[in-house]
Every structure is written in structure tokens, then in C-alpha cells.
Design a protein around this ligand. Sequence first.
Ligand SMILES: Cc1cc2nc3c(=O)[nH]c(=O)nc-3n(C[C@H](O)[C@H](O)[C@H](O)COP(=O)(O)OP(=O)(O)OC[C@H]3O[C@@H](n4cnc5c(N)ncnc54)[C@H](O)[C@@H]3O)c2cc1C
Length: 505
Amino acid sequence: MDTEHYDLLIIGGGINGAGIARDAAGRGLKVLLVEQGDLASATSSASTKLIHGGLRYLEYFEFRLVAEALAERETLLRIAPHIVWPMEFVLPHESHLRPAWVIRAGLFLYDHLGHRMFGSGSRSSLPTSKGVRLVPDGYGAGLKPEFEHGFVYYDCWVDDARLVVLNARSAAAHGATILTHTRFVSARRDGGEWAATLNGERGKRTVHASAIVNAAGPWVRQVLDEALKIKLPATVRLVKGSHIVVPRIHEEGHAFILQNPDRRVIFMIPYERQFTLVGTTDVPVTRDDFRARISRQEIDYLCEAASRYAEKPITPGMVVWTYSGVRPLYDDGSENPSAVTRDYHLLLDTGGEPDGAPVLSVFGGKITTYRRLAEQVMEKLSVRFPGKPAWTHAEPLPGGDLEGRSFRGLLLDYRRRHPRLPKLWLARMLRRHGALAEEIIGDAREERGLGRNFGGGLYERELEYLVGNEWARDVEDVLWRRTKCGLHMSTAQKVEVRDWLAARV
Ligand SMILES: Cc1cc2nc3c(=O)[nH]c(=O)nc-3n(C[C@H](O)[C@H](O)[C@H](O)COP(=O)(O)OP(=O)(O)OC[C@H]3O[C@@H](n4cnc5c(N)ncnc54)[C@H](O)[C@@H]3O)c2cc1C
């Protein structure tokens, strides 16, 4: 390893780093991705988990971003139908916050922007928006009866942390080396390439690379300033966002997008069958706050915002879990943290020499647009690595090739073939692993065959699989990122998983 040479060294195993690793490896490049913690251990597991155009960004005239993101919904539905699925959103109408004509105009644009600007050739596969009566049409479940009218539109849900892991798996299948728990310490230009120092579990080592991609998310500036000692004009705005999880507020499948008097919007989304996810906040932070945690004020803010609409008040005492992440936004000078652009910027530095070793830094971005971002990174680096066409729109992510079946078709097929395996568990397995679930089920015909039952829908077979195939090592990796079994387990059950991992890894 010490003397090894790579075409591309990628710093950061969030969605952007993993997506770029996949794209580059599939174009035949020799890729090394280093992540200082676990894959998706920072912002990319802390999102609202929407593959969305971002309805509210229309108010900030972010037409390019919205159009690209809307077009990406179609692509991601196609390449990852197990972890990405359509979700219906209900927007209760409050005329004093936004008049109906403004909302209708916004939804009209939202229905048409994606395929108009990016010309996918066909219309969106998702239904178009419409006005609805909340109570008689069934959309008011869980809301105060005073909300009578509203609008319905569609976006998509994604398991964000699994999207990262599946991109890393695909990258590895195309030949990339993925090193978690390995920190990028520094690098210097050396005869037209980079010599980089990494610090992993076996200590420090040096590797050589033709180019570096800095996809360090909230740490992008720190990597530039401290590890690479490069001055670039761009700055990153760090904006914390938090979510709370409470017992489910209604039994229907739809989510709510709620207008708040401060003009922000809050989502209430059905989550893991028994729960409702409420988020998010926009709190400016400094680099000292990187280990993001929700504050008492944020919990109060989210409870208050949700309770304005919810039939039964949502109180801090109902919160069963919280998570927070830091958005690494490109600083466009906006004073209001909610207004800072969610679009991404790619900054290339070649050390002042036209053919100097390049480092490309990623500022901003969204889970939704990671795949297009990766394509644009490859375009920017095409002087170094010419000639290979874009491909990631066409090949399904691991487990995403359902061989022509819908997700429901896959589920019915598995239920037919495995009638004695727990039904709910099968559904959860397919949502996590898609067509690869068979690799975990193997020859198990009934629950006993799945190995030790840790509770919360986690069996030893899957645990073995996550450790062997998905770089899982610690209890957090398994219970909160590769799965959300943590939400369904007691403390004692979690300790058992921790002890199993400590003995196994
Ligand atoms: C509250 C919230 C809600 C959001 N909701 C949505 C949403 O619904 N839909 C959507 O599309 N987007 C959403 N986003 C945006 C999206 O989550 C982010 O844009 C995206 O996750 C950023 O990914 P990233 O790879 O750039 O950063 P990260 O996921 O933070 O990854 C960067 C990685 O780099 C690693 N790293 C840093 N320094 C080093 C080093 N020196 N060596 C090795 N590794 C290093 C870090 O450990 C980290 O894992 C949301 C964001 C937040 C915070």
C-alpha cells in the first residue's frame, strides 16, 4: 500500500465522496476513498431523507437546482427502487401565510420543471399536484379539524445512509478501494502528482495520486486550509439541522409539509411504521460544533411547529429519538440561513500551473443531486482523465435490479418463496437490501435459520452480512445507519449487538 499509486484519491465517505468514487471507478479509474469515521457518519445520515426538487427553493428562484433535482428523482427511482420510493405530501392551506394562487403557481412549476429543463423525453412518473379537501378526502388524518383545504404533491423518500453504502459497494465492485476509519492528514504536490499522508488503524502511510477530490462536507474548508494549505475564494456556511422522532400521529401513508409563521417549512413524515419524523431546523454553527446535537430550543421549536397543526399536541416528552447534522452550504452571502443556496459549487485548483496536480473541492449539494454532482466532477477532471462516458444513470445500485418487477412484485415473490419467514421482517429486508436479500436469507427457511435474534428485526445472519460486505464495525454503524433497528430495540438488546460486534470485528 505504501508505494501504491491511484488515479483519484477521494476525501470523505458521505454521499458526495461515495457517489464520485462509484462514477470514477466505473469509468476505469483506480480510486481510493478515505473516510475518517464510518460511511455516512456525518451529514449524509442526518438529512430529512427526501429525494426532492425542493418546493420551497422556488421562492428563492433556484430554478436550475430544482429542475436538476426533479429530474434526478426519476433516475434514482429507476436505479434504486428498493431504497427510494414515491411519497405523497399534503400541504394544509393557510391563506395568511401564502395565498392559494402562489402555491398553485409553485406546484405547477414543480410539476413541469424537471422534464422541461432536462428533457428526459418523458413526463415524470409521479402523479401531478392537486387541490384537496382535507377531511372528506382523508388527508386531514392527525390534523386539527380547522384545516379544511390543502394541496397534494409528490416527492420521494430515500434511506440516505444506505444510499451512501450502496454507492460505496458499487464503487468497490468496480475496483475502488474504500478505507473507513482512515483520516486524510495532508498532501503535497510532487512531480505532477500528489503525495498524501493518511492515518488509519495501522498508523500513518503515504499514497500517491494523480488527482484529489475534497468531498469532506462540513470539513471542506478545514481540509483546504490545514491539510492542503490551499487558499480558495469560496467559503462554506455551516447550518445545523435537527429532527425529532415521535410516536406516529396518523395511520395514512402521506407526509405533511407545514408552513411556519417564520416562513420556514417543517416536514412531518411517516417513519419506520410506528413513528413520525419531524424536521428540520436551520441553526448557524461554527466549526467547533461539528459533533452536531439537537438543543432544547430546537426540540421546543419543532414540537411547537408540529403542534400548530397536529390534532394532539406534540410535546418534548414524546420524543423517542433525535438526530442532527451540519449542512455544508456554499456561502452566497445570504443573511438568513434558510435562504443560503442549496446548490453545489465545484472548485478546481491546479497550483497555478495549467497541468499541475488537480484538487477539486465540493461545496454544498444535496443528497438528491449527488449523482449529477459526481458526473460534473468527472467532467471537470476530464483533462486528466479524458474520454470515458457518463454511466451511473443506467446501472442499478446494488440490490436495485428487480428484473422487471416492481418493489411490490419483489415482495410478493419473496413472501411466496419464503412463507415461514416473518412477513414484516421480509419487507424490511427488501427495503434495506432489495434483490440482494437472497444473499442474507441463503438456505434459511424459517426464523431459526436466521441465527441469533437480537430483537428489533435484526438477526445474526444480517449482522454477519453487514460486517462482511458493508464496512459495518460499531454498534452505531449497524443500528442507526445500515439499519434503523435501534429505534425498535431495548437498551439491553443494543448492548448485546455491541458485545457481539466487539467479539467479532
Ligand atoms: C438537517 C438536514 C436535512 C437535509 N435534508 C435533505 C433532504 O431531505 N434531501 C437532500 O437531498 N439533502 C438534504 N440535506 C443535504 C444533504 O444531507 C447534504 O448535502 C449531504 O449529505 C452532504 O454530503 P457530503 O458527502 O458532502 O458530506 P458528509 O456526509 O458530511 O460527508 C463528508 C465526510 O467527509 C469525512 N471527512 C471529513 N474530513 C475528513 C478527513 N480529513 N479525512 C477523511 N474523511 C474526512 C467526514 O467524516 C464525512 O463523513 C440535508 C442536510 C441536513 C443537515
